[in-house]
Unconditional design. Structure first.
Length: 139
């Protein structure tokens, strides 16, 4: 692997590992038990963030200054993740495209058609969600 390729692979591995870590922590400490049991954890980043701040504030007895510091840390992390995603958008698209090609390769022709339709539906849904976020949440 080229040095640049190694760096990209390392970045993706770090982001993947961070995602796993956040998911595990959210599952364990942030998402209330009834929500987990019903299968409706908060998916939106703002709801997740609010739940995380509330949980940490409550469980760790954070004072107002610590809550403000936590908000600053979370703001910085959000910005860093957005910048990282934007900087590596092309590489991420290439990985997704390769994944879809590999999946399509082992499907039967009828499954391939259904898979492509499913993929188009998901892409349309993702575009709609991005449009909502772009116009409504201030991201």
């Amino acid at each position: 692997m080229k040095p640049a390729g190694s760096k990209i692979a390392l970045y993706f591995a770090l982001v993947f590992a961070a995602g796993i870590g956040v998911g595990v922590l959210a599952q364990r400490y942030v998402i209330p038990l009834p929500a987990r049991a019903e299968g409706h954890p908060p998916h939106e980043s703002d709801r997740f963030r609010k739940a995380m701040v509330e949980e940490l504030t409550k469980r760790l007895s954070l004072d107002p200054q610590q809550v403000a510091q936590l908000q600053t840390v979370l703001d910085g992390s959000r910005k860093a993740f957005q910048e990282f995603r934007e900087a590596h958008k092309g590489e991420m698209k290439a990985i997704y495209d390769r994944q879809h090609e590999q999946i399509a390769a082992f499907l039967r022709p009828d499954q391939r058609v259904a898979y492509e339709n499913l993929r188009l539906e998901r892409e349309k849904h993702d575009r709609e969600e991005q449009s909502k976020k772009g116009h409504g949440s201030g991201h």
